[in-house]
Design a binder for this molecule. Structure first.
Ligand SMILES: Cc1cc2nc3c(=O)[nH]c(=O)nc-3n(C[C@H](O)[C@H](O)[C@H](O)COP(=O)(O)OP(=O)(O)OC[C@H]3O[C@@H](n4cnc5c(N)ncnc54)[C@H](O)[C@@H]3O)c2cc1C
Length: 474
């Protein structure tokens, strides 16, 4: 008897429920990976992330080899091809059971439904496991049995429920006896890597992810609440890319934080509590994608906001994409994104509000641009973050509270250290000038004038939101 584990967004051997359960079987265990480049393109997945995933698949194949589990990887086009491909592999390899960890976004759910139906038809037992989040979507509900739309009550209920469940990460399964089947050559997987330079900021593999977690918990988590908003500091974990591909599990992160906090969830060290809360935001957004699948179809969470007449202006959009808006903090952040594939959370909010509120452009443009560049691109967190910033989402920023980018810059990068790092043309400016250089300083530094005036832009966006709000009740 041969049992297979289908790896997707869970590219690790430690704390992997599907792998762990498959390894409880007495038969041979093989691992499967399906590369779907056309689907990735449809999902706006950037080359950075594509490369990162495949590098993690290579790292995973080496970890699996140590357990005597061969990884068979094939390249197909899209999710719709998965059912047929798996059926063929199961037939060829005599696989009688398939295990995988569930994903909760709409296309992924459709894919898994098709796989379940196809394999069940040919007599392969399909076992789905709960892994991406601590509590399965659909299990955290209001007293009326409805999904939460607001974070704070979700968090309260989530904390209550999670304390009743086990958070102990699963161990790496034991080494198995060798089997005859040869794994897919690493060279073949590497040949799927797009022509994209290696990203030195993000070495692939679970080992790196676990090392980052240990380092963060030992050195920085206790100050997280005080440091997390300052982009010049190394105040956050920088684990998002690893969580997005599953090189580390959310359970492992929660467990490490709790161990450092004497197993207190919402008391104890303030830094740890705040970090736990951010991980719960991640859960909240995954639950939203599942409970409100319209957000996976490009719709606004608050339907009336789809009436907003966002402007089309390719020139302004390009200025935003390329970091040429004349607002130093916005431009520095966009250059950080383009260069490293990552952006600090405070700045994601600043640039997202800038695109939607100052430039009055559709949040979907920014959402897609982020996905095309982020190494940690994650549909639910990205959609949630964009809809929060655009005031179209669940529990979103109110439309009349628009960040002033210059004030944000003075507050969170007071010395201008972050700006100097990413905008070398402004590096000679004093802290009092760097957040909003004078016309003469801009000219001398070769830095553009602001593309919009803050006050005028804010008045406009408030009026437009007010209009659609009124028309909703008309
Ligand atoms: C417009 C916008 C787009 C975003 N797009 C993404 C995205 O594509 N992928 C992504 O992982 N995060 C996204 N975020 C959330 C957040 O910015 C990143 O998770 C965070 O900056 C990653 O850095 P870190 O690993 O150092 O986080 P830490 O501060 O160390 O937090 C730990 C983990 O918690 C999770 N997390 C933290 N904050 C949030 C949040 N607000 N929402 C959801 N999860 C969170 C992440 O998995 C993160 O790795 C977005 C936020 C905004 C405002």
């Amino acid at each position: 008897m041969t049992v297979a584990v289908w790896f997707r967004n869970d590219l690790r051997v430690h704390d992997n429920p599907a792998l762990f359960e498959a390894c409880r079987s007495t038969g041979d265990v093989v691992a499967l990976y399906l590369h779907t480049p056309e689907q990735w393109r449809d999902h706006d997945m950037g080359l950075n992330k594509q490369r990162f995933i495949l590098e993690n698949v290579v790292a995973l194949s080496k970890e699996l080899a140590k357990l005597n589990i061969p990884l068979l990887a094939i390249s197909i086009a899209r999710f719709a091809d998965c059912a047929r491909a798996l059926e063929n592999i199961c037939r060829e390899q005599g696989i009688t059971a398939l295990h995988f960890n569930e994903e909760y976004e709409l296309n992924e759910l459709h894919r898994d439904t098709q796989v379940f139906a196809a394999l069940s038809r040919v007599g392969v037992a399909v076992h789905r496991h709960q892994d991406q989040v601590m509590l399965a979507p659909g299990s955290v509900l209001t007293g009326q049995g409805q999904p939460f739309r607001v974070f704070t009550p979700f968090k309260r209920c989530w904390l209550k429920l999670v304390q009743e469940s086990s958070i102990q990460p699963l161990p790496i399964p034991k080494k198995r006896r060798a089997i005859v089947l040869a794994p897919t050559a690493v060279e073949l997987i590497e040949s799927w890597v797009p022509a994209q330079p290696a990203n030195a900021f993000w070495p692939a593999g679970s080992e790196e992810a676990l090392h980052r977690l240990d380092d963060f918990v030992a050195q920085r988590i206790a100050q997280y609440d005080a440091q997390r908003d300052f982009p010049a500091l190394d105040g956050t974990s920088q684990l998002s890319a690893y969580l997005a591909v599953g090189a580390i599990s959310a359970r492992t992160c929660f467990h490490a934080a709790l161990s450092a906090n004497h197993f207190e969830w919402d008391s104890g060290n303030k830094g740890i509590q705040t970090w736990i809360s951010e991980l719960i935001w991640r859960e909240f957004y995954k639950h939203l994608s599942y409970n409100f699948p319209d957000v996976c179809k490009g719709k606004a969470f608050q339907p009336h906001t789809d009436l907003i007449p966002w402007q089309r202006n390719p020139k302004l959009f390009n200025a935003w994409c390329e970091g040429r808006t004349g607002y130093p903090i916005v431009d520095a952040a966009m250059r950080q994104l383009i260069t490293t594939g990552w952006m600090h959370n405070r700045l994601r909010m600043v640039v997202a509000m800038f695109l939607t509120k100052h430039l009055f452009m559709d949040w979907r443009l920014g959402e897609a641009f982020f996905m095309q560049h982020l190494i940690d691109g994650d549909f639910s967190a990205n959609n949630g973050g964009w809809q929060w910033s655009a005031s179209t989402g669940a529990d979103a920023a109110p439309y009349f509270r628009v960040f002033n980018p210059t004030r944000q810059s003075e507050r969170f990068d007071a010395e201008g250290e972050f700006i100097r790092r990413w905008l070398p043309e402004l590096s000679s400016l004093h802290r009092s000038q760097i957040h909003d250089p004078s016309p003469l300083e801009r000219q001398l530094c070769g830095y553009p004038a602001p593309v919009v005036d803050h006050r005028t832009a804010v008045e406009r966006v408030k009026a437009e939101f007010q209009n659609v709000k009124t028309s909703e009740f008309a």
